[in-house]
Design a protein around this ligand. Structure first.
Ligand SMILES: Cc1cc2nc3c(=O)[nH]c(=O)nc-3n(C[C@H](O)[C@H](O)[C@H](O)COP(=O)(O)OP(=O)(O)OC[C@H]3O[C@@H](n4cnc5c(N)ncnc54)[C@H](O)[C@@H]3O)c2cc1C
Ligand code: FES
Length: 221
């Protein structure tokens, strides 16, 4: 069940260009991989959505790509700071895939460390812009890394159940090659629990709130 709690930051580490923020778990549950949490961005009005990256005992870990004011504020927290955390929210990955392959790009690898742990360390194929960005692949066991201009879709083997997260063009390309893939989509989110319709996307002629019906969607969804 989602809860909203004010928790303490217990660790902040740089991983390549990203920042791993570890927060004391308190009464919050980690939920299923691919679900997300709304994190308070200190000094900003609205919280921002983040996938759960790591779930060690007593903690929740979030990988932050500082691309704007909210993510910069979250990446700028220090141990001992207290932030409001709401979650877990949305619908995560199905874990019943017989031959899972994790496919991700850039900050899209954020949910994979926890997903990999829950699936017992399946193979992963991860794509990055530079070797510096690729440092984050160390968080994902059994990962094969490709760097631009090689794309994950150039290296994707057949015969797997694909679970993917990354930029929209990557997800579209993965869907072409693996029509049954589970895809974690993104949209700007203001509330995270279905109230504001800010995250509504049109899929198959129907409007869906990505924070409720997603962020992970698959063919039958
Ligand atoms: C379910 C979900 C899980 C996410 N998990 C992570 C995560 O684990 N780590 C992480 O670093 N980021 C994650 N994000 C993205 C993150 O929430 C956004 O980057 C953040 O909200 C941007 O806020 P900002 O104030 O820093 O930048 P803004 O100024 O709000 O945005 C900077 C630019 O990015 C665009 N943008 C903002 N949010 C999104 C979005 N959600 N989708 C597409 N474009 C967007 C804006 O239009 C703008 O061009 C996730 C998003 C969703 C929806
Ligand atoms: S973020 Fe408010 S309805 Fe989805």
């Amino acid at each position: 069940m989602p809860r909203r709690e004010r928790r303490s930051v217990v660790g902040v580490e740089a991983v390549g260009p990203y920042t791993l923020v570890r927060i004391d778990r308190g009464g919050l549950e980690p939920g299923e991989p691919g679900q997300f949490f709304m994190l308070e961005a200190p000094g900003r009005l609205l919280p921002r959505p983040f996938s759960l990256c790591l779930a060690p005992a007593g903690e929740l870990g979030f990988l932050v790509d500082p691309i704007g004011p909210g993510t910069e504020a979250i990446a700028g927290v220090a141990p001992g700071d207290r932030v409001h955390v709401l979650g877990p929210l949305g619908r995560g990955f199905r874990l019943d895939a017989p031959r899972p392959l994790l496919v991700g790009g850039g900050i899209g690898v954020a949910p994979f460390p926890y997903l990999s742990e829950r699936l017992g360390g399946p193979p992963a194929l991860l794509g990055f812009r530079t070797a510096w960005h690729a440092e984050v692949a160390a968080l994902v066991p059994n990962a094969e890394v490709v760097i631009d201009p090689v794309l994950v879709t150039d290296a994707m083997p057949d015969g797997h159940d694909v679970l993917a997260c990354g930029p929209e063009p990557m997800l579209e390309a993965v869907r072409e090659l693996a029509p049954g893939a589970q895809l974690a989509w993104e949209a700007p989110m203001a509330c995270g629990y279905g109230a504001c319709y800010g995250c509504a996307v049109e899929l198959g002629g129907e409007w869906k709130r990505l924070c409720v019906e997603g962020p992970v969607l698959w063919e039958a969804a």
